[in-house]
Structures are given as structure tokens and as C-alpha cells.
Design a protein around this ligand. Sequence first.
Ligand code: MRU
Length: 341
Amino acid sequence: MKVKPIEFKNDVLYLIDQRLIPYKEEYVEVRTLKECYESINLMVTRGAPIIGFTTIYGMALWAKNNPDYNLKSLEDAVSYIKKARPTAVNLAYEADRCFEILKNTQDKSQAYSTLVSFGNEEIKKLENDNTQMAKFALEDLKKRLGKDRFRLLTHCNTRRLACGCIGTALGVVSYLHTNNHVEHVYADETRPYLQGSRLTAFELSKENIPHEIVVEGAASYLMRNKLVDAIFVGADRIVKNGDTANKIGTSNLAIIADYYKVPFYVVAPTSSFDLSLSSGSDIEIELRSEEEIKQYRGLEIAPKKSRALNPSFDVTDSHLITGIICEKKLITDHASQGVSW
Ligand code: MRU
């Protein structure tokens, strides 16, 4: 069965509750912008592209619930939803595009349906773009490694649950598997939210892709013992010089990959690029709650008195990235030239 992580039908946005996977496949119903904000903020849904799509549908619902909106109320709605999560630029990018559409809509009675169609089209577009990215990845892997079956390592979750369609880094893995190019996949557990062991392993299992879950600390073991041919990760924000924010632990992986000379690829649509920022130091990194580290499903797993620091993302320096793959091209000169397509 194909999991549908996001679906808009009969005036309701349905989001699979990613907090419950792999135990349960249940949906949360969203009817207002506030419910949309909460679903993103509380990580009912997560992953850069899908929170962008959720934002579009959230703004559609807002337009439906506020048929007499004006410029001020529109500005307030956009600035409200942008605060749901700060690091993935897709959210702000799509909120700004909704702002432009709603600002320029002459007949406000059309605003709701215009945005719903816009959301549907954006998901379809990413589906095609993801396939293109996977083709770029395969071409480069074959050339670089001189073989055609690969052992891959990935971090966090970047497939259907994160994108609403094929997916970025894990989309590449799936495409390679479909075309018989995957020998094995290592899925990083991805502490503390366990996007790897809960979500990536769930999606790999559904597709019968041979895989093992590893803790992040195993990266050096795997690479030193030559068990990994290449690493694929997604991105939450790629800035002008190629520095890339992604799930916490990504940068550790890139540093170890550089040491052991393992190709390290970032796969992301151009909607995850923020060319208004010149370096990764300008990216706002989301700090999440201590409870995500100190508890597991309500069970205390650390001393009550100990504090925990929970940065949700880190920045990988541009020069550590072998290639940045977007729907337009494979970028390899980012460290010297900056990103462009
Ligand atoms: O905190 P999350 O789960 O939203 O973080 C997600 C990631 O870091 C993903 O790797 C990134 O959004 C790319 S999704 C294609």
C-alpha cells in the first residue's frame, strides 16, 4: 500500500500523523490556519517540502475562512504561519508565494480554489523533479565509482513522508532500487526524533529495500570498514555559498565522509535554496524542547535534573559536499563558485 502523507479533499487537509509511525497510520484533519500551524510546529508532519505544501493548503483554508481579507490581515496570516518552524526555507518560500497570489487575486471568491489547485500542482511538479534528481544521481554515481550497484547511507527521512511524493535523498535510493542499483542501505537512526529508525525504515520496509538501521555514532565504523559507497541526505536550506542546513548530525556525517573519501551528496529541490543568505552562519537553527531528548513517548530516559540542549539542525560546510543535486542540474563547483543553475 502506498502511504499518502498529505491529501486535500472535501475542504479538509489530511496529514498522516508522523508522530505515530511506525505504530499506527492515522490522519489528523486540518481545517484552519491555526491547526495547520500546530501540525507543523508539533511535527504531525515534517520534512522541508511537505511543510511547504502544508503551508499552501493552510493558506487556502485561511482564504476560505476569511473571504473578506485585506492586505493587513493577509500579512498577519503569512507572518503567523512562517513562525511555525524557522529553518526549512520551503515554509517561508511557499507562504510568500501564497501572499503574492492572494494579494493579486481580483475576485476573492476564487482565492480558495486557486490556492488548492496551486498546492496540488506543486506536489505534482516535485514528483517529476524528484525523478530528474534521481537520474542525475545515478549518472554521477556510475561515473564516479565505476560500478552500478551501491551501498548507501542516508540520514533523517526524505522520502514520501517528508515530500508528499517520491522524495529527495531517499527518493534517489528508491529510484536506484527500482532500477536494480541498490545493494544495501544504512538508515541513520536520527536522534532524538528518530526520523531514520521510525520513518525511513518504515518506508524502506514497505518497498522491500534491503536495509539496516544504524546509530549515528556508527558512521565512522561503516566508512573505515569500507561498507558505504556514497551518502545521500536532503536539505532544509541551501545558501549562496553552498553551505547546507539539514537534520542535526548531517554535518558530523559529512566530516567523516570527507576523512574517508566517501562521496557525500545533498539532494533538494530549488525551493530549498535561499540565495538571499550568503553563508550558513546566517541560517536560523531551530532549538526544540528538552523533552525530545530526555523522554521517549513519556518515559523518562535521563535524570530529571539534567538539562538538555536540542538543536534540530546543523550546517554542513559547502566544501564537504561532493555534489548538490536539484531538479535543474548536479552542482559540483558550489564551494568555489557558489550555487547557481
Ligand atoms: O525536523 P524534520 O524532520 O522536519 O527535519 C527534516 C530534515 O532535516 C530533512 O532531511 C529535510 O527536511 C529534507 S526533506 C526532503
